[in-house]
Design a protein around this ligand. Structure first.
Ligand code: ZN
Length: 88
């Protein structure tokens, strides 16, 4: 598994025409609970990751940057080094 998305809802009132609106404090409480659930999920999933892979994802950046190398300044290289240092 090279990539995954974890999404959580905080409320369901945006599509409802009847019923009470959701209050901000309720949304924030659910947001905090979601953050805890996300941490637990990532912690549990991290132990299941298989690092061997045969897909091309690890080379996806090889041809992804179309900015001319001479146009990429040092601060951009430094800022992006964590995610794209190999190809910058
Ligand atoms: Zn992959």
């Amino acid at each position: 598994m090279c990539f995954a998305t974890l999404a959580m809802a905080t409320d369901y009132d945006c599509w409802r025409e009847d019923g009470d609106s959701v209050e901000v404090d309720a949304i924030l409480a659910i947001l905090a609970a979601n953050a805890d659930a996300a941490r637990r999920t990532v912690r549990a999933a991290a132990g299941e990751v298989v690092f061997e892979r045969e897909c091309g994802c690890r080379r996806a950046l090889d041809n992804a940057i179309i900015t001319a190398p001479e146009a990429i300044d040092g601060s951009a290289r430094e800022r992006l080094a964590v995610v794209a240092g190999r190809v910058l």
